[in-house]
Design a binder for this molecule. Sequence first.
Ligand code: TXA
Ligand code: MG
Length: 281
Amino acid sequence: MPTETVYGLAADALNPVAVRSVFAAKSRPADNPLIVHVHSVDEVESIAAERPDSMLQLAKAFWPGPLTMVLPKRRDVPSEVTGGGNTVAVRVPAHPVALELLREVGGPICAPSANAFMALSPTRAEDVNPDLPGFAILDGGPCQIGIESTVLDLTSGQPKLLRKGVITADAIGEVLGLRVETGDGDGEKKSPGNYPRHYAPQTPLVLVDCLAEGQPGLGFEGNFQHQRTMPREPLAYARELYSALHDLDRLGFETIFVERPPTTPEWAAVWDRLTRASGVL
Ligand code: TXA
Ligand code: MG
């Protein structure tokens, strides 16, 4: 299914057999929980045991949209979905096709990104892993956000950012009227999906200050062959990042070089994905 962030490999979140087939298709470790997508904030009740005020405030500010919130799970949510844990991650996606699908299905849909474990997420239908067996692709066009949702843990008194995304810790903090911990380090334990190497193309990726001639990759000038000129604005950059990497990956170079973007806070989510893709985190 398309979402505004990346394409997801969708299954009925309340059907353990369907959920297990998603893990199998991705070769994903069973302890890495899935995000559950729902149609509206009201539907969160069907999977979460509590809807704290912070969740309602954030839902009002950012849903439908690329913010995932981790809440205590309801007992009837299959433990397959939550990786055996007692919390569940939930979001309302902002893509019209995803919302239509949720409305048709009439229940929660779990969906990890539609790539093999650790590989690059697809942001176009043609980038969905063709090796995923027996699945149909619902083509909703290119994803408008382009990187995975922000993941925020609301299960303790202090909200914690588990995965960076275009909705920043500062933006969340502003809505809640407090400072949000970015949980660096701790996030690794709390969110099993935070592996140092992740979101990576097949081709090794190396970060550089400036692309030289003969270095295929992503830059801000892109003067030479196989150098893609990327936007200087972080949201536009995020939107193009994975499709640009998928394109370069297909050309089979020995290395993909990527010019380091600015280090200002607006680039934090892009930096997170680039450092994981290069495996140097
Ligand atoms: O943008 C997105 O979030 C996309 C689209 C399809 O919605 N989905 C996505 O799913 O990126 P996935 O499975 O690739 O990443 C989910 C992340 C993982 O890092 C996982 O560990 C974390 O969310 N997560 C899921 N449930 C959790 C939970 N109960 N507690 C902590 N982390 C959780
Ligand atoms: Mg993923």
